[in-house]
Design a binder for this molecule. Structure first.
Ligand SMILES: [Zn+2]
Length: 311
């Protein structure tokens, strides 16, 4: 019996890109002939992609012969951004363009607008769209963004926290929702020693979600999700000044709630190593949605945490 991964039929759209190579491919795989169609996407932001792509691949390998509906996978939506581990492609001219802000795209536009225009029809003919992001190269995160009408999908994905999705103009998921498609945005994982823990947790979430939506039929039903904690509006915490960042809270803190006053991390002067800024948890219950778990050097205004309050 073939796995879903082995039964994927690969297709590609050619997109104009470099002068030297002329075109790059947007590749996607499809399996299943009839029924509910789910599209799983990773790498819309290039630096957040590989963990989610691996989760989708593991999901496709685990589920042997179990497809009830139709599945489409896009492992790397933003290939030029992925190869340099950046959020956005470097090739758009004259400015950096957020692929996740230009849907449904423009086939005559800049590179990222053309990528969006190639992906938009794949969104439009889906019944379910799960857009997987993550903390990426320097951050880890642990939440799902919930859309009105897709509440059960968000819960089934089983992240530690759920927040209501803001209306992001031009966002891939905003576009999907505008078409009446069931949709969720997964913001889970990133580079850390626990990256496979989060990847495997995402696999279980995909199984639960796609069994409930009749895309997948498993011999043994997946275990119910741990109940996610609902949080209110999310807030970024940024560096007031650039320097060397030394985290106090490490990667096991993401997805947890810490009490007010907990020291989260410090910024040291790049030249003298004097302490310039200390981050402390501002709320009685501070939900750690996103954090940097590793020592690094960053610029002033760098995003260091995203926090929220449980509702
Ligand atoms: Zn992202």
């Amino acid at each position: 019996m073939k796995t879903i991964y082995e039964s994927l039929a690969w297709k590609e759209v050619r997109l104009t890109a470099h002068a030297a190579a002329q075109h790059i491919a947007l590749k996607y795989g499809e399996a299943g002939a009839t029924g509910t169609r789910a599209t799983l996407i990773a790498g819309t932001h290039g630096d957040e992609g590989p963990w989610s792509a691996l989760a989708i691949k593991l999901f496709c390998e685990n589920a042997i012969g179990a497809l009830k509906g139709r599945l489409r996978v896009i492992f790397t939506a933003n290939a030029l951004a992925a190869e340099v581990e950046r959020r956005n492609s470097w090739i758009d001219s004259p400015n950096s363009v957020d692929l996740d802000g230009v849907f449904p795209g423009n086939p005559e536009g800049s590179h990222s607008e053309r990528v969006a225009a190639a992906i938009a029809p794949l969104i439009a003919d889906s019944d379910v769209v799960i857009d997987l992001h993550g903390g990426g190269t320097w951050c880890v995160n642990a939440f799902v963004k919930r859309f009105e009408g897709s509440e059960q999908l968000a819960a089934d994905l089983g992240a530690p926290f759920i927040s209501n999705a803001p209306n992001k103009p031009g966002g891939l998921t905003t576009y999907a929702k505008s078409l009446g498609i069931k949709v969720a945005n997964v913001e889970v994982g990133g580079r850390s020693s626990r990256e496979m823990y989060w990847t495997e947790r995402n696999v279980k979430g995909l199984e639960r979600a796609l069994v409930r939506l009749s895309v997948l039929d498993l011999a043994a039903p997946p275990a119910p999700a741990e109940k996610s904690i609902d949080v209110g509006a999310t807030a970024p915490m940024r560096a007031k000044v650039g320097g060397i960042f030394v985290p106090t809270l490490r990667e096991d803190a993401v997805g947890t709630i810490v009490p007010k006053g907990t020291e989260m991390g410090k910024i040291l002067d790049l030249h003298t190593l004097a302490e310039l800024q200390t981050f402390t948890a501002p709320h009685e219950q501070t939900a750690m949605m996103l954090m940097r778990p590793q020592i690094c050097t960053f610029e002033g205004s760098a995003l260091v945490y995203v926090i929220a309050r449980p509702t």
